[in-house]
Design a protein around this ligand. Sequence first.
Ligand SMILES: O=c1ccn([C@@H]2O[C@H](COP(=O)(O)OP(=O)(O)O[C@H]3O[C@H](CO)[C@@H](O)[C@H](O)[C@H]3O)[C@@H](O)[C@H]2O)c(=O)[nH]1
Length: 346
Amino acid sequence: MNPSDRASVVAGKTIAITGGTGSFGSTMARHLLANGAAQVNIFSRDEAKQDAMRRTLNDERLRFYLGDVRDPHSIEAPLTGADYVFHAAALKQVPSCEFFPRQAVLTNVDGSNNVIQAAARAGVQSLVVLSTDKAVYPVNAMGMSKGLMEKTAQAFARNNPDSGLTVSITRYGNVMYSRGSVIPLFLQQIDSGRPLTVTEPLMTRFLMSLDESVDLVWHAFTHAQPGDLFVKKAPACTVETLARAVAKLCDIEDPTIQRIGMRHGEKMHETLLSAEEMVKAVDQGDYFRVPLDARGLQYEVYVEEGDAGIPRDTDYNSANTHQLDLQETVATLMRLPEIRARVGAA
Ligand SMILES: O=c1ccn([C@@H]2O[C@H](COP(=O)(O)OP(=O)(O)O[C@H]3O[C@H](CO)[C@@H](O)[C@H](O)[C@H]3O)[C@@H](O)[C@H]2O)c(=O)[nH]1
């Protein structure tokens, strides 16, 4: 989609973003304002971040709402009059959700359901909920709660075919340089002369930039049918390659690597689409779209009339996607503004 198409979609519209002060939310807000949105409602729990965003963006089309997705009343005001909603509010840290799984359920499952119900009541046209590769074949509480959020969104679409609300889902992998993630950690370790802590050298992760995650959400909300799920195709690399690439950018050819082992709830490889989803996935070039399974519970009808094929494809994971080598990983990192600023490139 080119920039003028984006403008035609959001010009004059009101858009609400839950978790709007996070890195996704604030980047999306900038895009929406630049494309002529009439109003952008930022909903989050963090008054200090809201104040900082108000000062930094300094745009009277921004409205700020304090609240928590766990509190259904607090969501009503920012969704009233909204045409589109992006639901990014979540508990996202894998280790903390392992220690407090009930908190993950309250925010990621119940809170997301509150957002979906409030959006339907408010007459919102399109709601995109943000999920993660960790929701597929989940092994940790964060991924399990995000998986249930996806099921809640799909069930809403299946159970409310006459609703004016289109709910869709985007899943993405690791967003490079996101707060608390491994790339800024490796840079800190280099700065303080410490070894680079690598969990398992051969562990792989999909790599995406923040801009690519925003592109995916744009793609979803301009192409979605109710209940659709979208992923963006992405390359991956091993964490050892990532560590060596970050070191190389700092002119260190042979960094000291300390192996620390897997953390709570981690997987060796992440999966963006399960084998079962790959069977149904529509290849849209840079994206896969997985349509809603809109069947009811009377499966015999579908076996006689429909496709009784058994899922037989393989999943789309961070070990079978394109693997970036050291040079490619360096080049990928160099596309990030934070890295370019750091190494003094133009
Ligand atoms: O000291 C460290 C810390 C992490 N890692 C590895 O680096 C990779 C990335 O780790 P991290 O940046 O902490 O991200 P993840 O734990 O993979 O989770 C991130 O990526 C998810 C998408 O997969 C998001 O949903 C989460 O919110 C986000 O924290 C993983 O393989 C880790 O094992 C290391 O090697 N050394």
